[in-house]
Design a protein around this ligand. Sequence first.
Ligand code: NAP
Length: 292
Amino acid sequence: MEPGPGPGSGPGSGPGSGPGSGPWAATACVITGASRGFGRSLARLLAPQLGPGSALVLLARSAEALAQLAAELRSGTTGINTGSDTGIHTGLRVQCVPADLGCPEGLRRAGDALRELLQDGTFGRLLLVNNAGSLGDISKSFLDLTDLEEINTYFSFNISSALCLTSSALRAFGARPGCSRTVVNISSLCALEPFPSWALYCSGKAARDMMFRVLAKEEPEIRVLSYAPGPLDTDMQLLARTSTADPGLRQQFQRMQEKGQLIECSVSAQKLLRLLQEDSFPSGAHVDFYDI
Ligand code: NAP
């Protein structure tokens, strides 16, 4: 891996020069959807990068899965070869926030936890990764989507909660002189391309990309990235290839799996980490796994 900027030296002060070679000190890092799939992989890769005074917040509904991951990260036994000394976890606080971002009570609990943590003035960096997401009922086509409550529930989790959590976190952290703030939106090709029987997912991802582009325009000091991680070998993919109403799309996902074309979460998460380390993306950009 080629060297990148050292801590505090890049345009937006990205973290160290590569996995294990330069920890992000005093960083408050929040990952939603950290209990499994891409979010869990990212947490495993990111934890060894977080230096003294840092905190990692893991958010999802499954308290047990979060607790297991937190224990693993605290002990430094990530099970992934990041090339780093597992001893560098000293001082890393890992906090679990079990919360359902699809309901007001869960979102409130998540917001309260972030506000409490982020008002700590010793943090010099904020990294918020909006990763949690869902496909919605992809067994339905557009014309089947007649239930307003179902539609609102979907958008409430997949769009509104990301907006609410991000604005709350940024307000709580504030604009501290010399500090950096980075917000990542885990996006998808579906933000750009229509997929039949995925009306909710495609429109949700498109809306999120635009929402974060507005943030980038309004707040030039904040680094904003929409990262499309590619087709990942996760529960979400399993659902895609078994439940998609459109037969052509369903078969396409099945063929991808049969041909071994799905991407390991850790491979895609590593690319995201690299993007954050280099910190040279235009703020608000949509960057795809296959483009880098
Ligand atoms: P996944 O395996 O289904 O995991 C989703 C994560 O979100 C889980 O940790 C889940 O945890 C959490 N979550 C779901 N509903 C939640 C809720 N109501 N409140 C809080 N957390 C919730 O998905 P993935 O494949 O890792 O996808 C991660 C991100 O990548 C998503 O934004 C997805 O749209 C995007 N993406 C995925 C693919 C792909 O091929 N898989 C491709 C492009 C983009 P709990 O169940 O414990 O709550």
